[in-house]
Design a protein around this ligand. Structure first.
Ligand SMILES: [Zn+2]
Length: 138
């Protein structure tokens, strides 16, 4: 079945992200001046406003910062509801919004803030893979 959910537009300045995703690597922008990683990709560092940025491969590990159960949605996501959206703190710093896998949306009380999560990639087509995060055991 064809992928039927919204896909972010690919901009020229985040090409390394898309190329990494094809290989199962989470690529994130890092500032060469202050050393911090940021998410989402931007042309300037949100911390020090430098434009001296590079890409680095993140570990793909993080912890759950917060989450919410989505009971209603449109299009392809509507077919998957209920599902859990979350913010994940990347091991390298900053925070990524995601759909959280490996949890039961009907049992939100079982989802633990601070639990370990790992990135995985879902195929949209041969050129496009999207990151999602899954709860993993310690
Ligand atoms: Zn910076």
């Amino acid at each position: 079945m064809a992928y039927n959910k919204p896909v972010p537009r690919k901009g020229q300045h985040h090409e390394p992200f898309w190329e990494g995703a094809k290989q199962g690597k989470l690529m994130v922008p890092r500032c060469n001046d202050c050393g911090r990683v940021h998410w989402y990709p931007r042309l300037i560092c949100p911390y020090c406003h430098s434009t001296n940025l590079d890409w680095t491969q993140a570990s793909g590990e993080g912890t759950l910062y917060t989450y919410a159960v989505q009971h209603r949605a449109f299009g392809g996501w509507g077919e998957e509801a209920p599902y859990v959206t979350a913010y994940v703190d990347l091991l390298e710093g900053d925070r990524m919004m995601t759909v959280l896998r490996g949890v039961d949306p009907s049992r939100p009380q079982d989802i633990q803030i601070g639990c370990k999560v790992r990135v995985e990639f879902e195929k949209v087509d041969d050129e496009t893979f999207l990151p999602f995060w899954r709860v993993v055991e310690d």
